[in-house]
Design a binder for this molecule. Structure first.
Ligand code: 1GP
Length: 251
């Protein structure tokens, strides 16, 4: 395993993890750097960078560089397609949107990006990416057939298939800004079925919701919107602290 994946596994032996997602389309490099610095102080475990629209090229590079300059946290790309690659990142979730109807999001973008990942020496971490209802922007853009919220077994079947295909992480995604996070029953069943770490994100806005997802079986919680929309840097810090407490508390 590479450096970042080893870091993730070593940390997971001690606690659940909290990754903060920054969308370069929504934040300036200056703000991204500031939020990354605060994230490290608060105890966030990694910064993810990506988005479905416009997280590419110079906009993406400048945000990744600003984060690297202001914190020591690993920066993991979370690409919407082969456009979402930056040579300044440490690792990339080399993800396949398993429940897309469009092969571009299952293997096409991956083929178009593979040589770039190799050339830049970015650590690829293979990940099964599953869109759960409502799916929001990524569900629409990724041409997903979102898994119904009340059908945990479908999510578990896809997750296990992902593991059997060799993927070393499974991500249950309700979509950025989703009104409700992935249901605990679904998280629980998927966790019981797979052996690889389980990531959950989309619509987690409070410490309580983060806690509920962890209690249900999530190993890694991803949050973005709640912090980006906090209103000020000071409120963003408070939100990061609240969410981080939710993930890390043992109750
Ligand atoms: C989106 O799961 C992530 O890809 C985070 O979602 O922005 O709703 O926190 P939020």
């Amino acid at each position: 395993l590479g450096k970042v994946e080893t870091y993730i596994h070593e940390k997971l032996e001690k606690e659940k993890l909290h990754f903060f997602l920054l969308d370069p389309d929504d934040v300036s490099p200056e703000l991204a750097g500031e939020l990354a610095r605060i994230s490290e102080e608060v105890g966030v475990d990694a910064i993810m960078v990506g988005g479905s629209t416009g997280a590419e090229g110079e906009v993406l590079d400048s945000v990744v560089r600003a984060i690297k300059e202001s914190s020591n946290l690993p920066v993991i790309l979370f690409p919407g397609s082969h456009g979402g690659i930056s040579k300044y990142a440490d690792a990339i979730f080399f993800m396949s949107l398993l429940n897309s109807r469009n092969p571009f999001f299952i293997t096409g973008a991956q083929a178009l990006g593979a040589f770039q990942v190799k050339r830049y020496g970015i650590e690829p971490i293979p990940m099964a990416y599953l869109i759960i209802e409502p799916g929001e922007t990524v569900g629409w853009v990724g041409d997903a057939k979102p898994i119904p919220r009340h059908k945990p077994k479908i999510a578990a079947a896809y997750a296990l298939a992902g593991q059997y295909l060799g993927m070393r992480l499974v991500y249950l995604e309700a979509g950025s800004g989703a009104p409700q996070p992935v249901p605990p029953e679904m998280i629980g069943l998927v966790k019981r079925v797979i052996d690889v770490p389980l990531i959950v994100g989309g619509g987690i806005r409070t410490g309580e919701q983060a806690r509920a997802a962890v209690k249900a079986g999530a190993d890694i919680i991803v949050t973005g919107t709640a912090i980006e929309k906090a209103g000020s840097v000071e409120r963003a810090r408070e939100k990061l602290e609240e969410l981080n407490r939710g993930v890390k508390s043992d109750r």
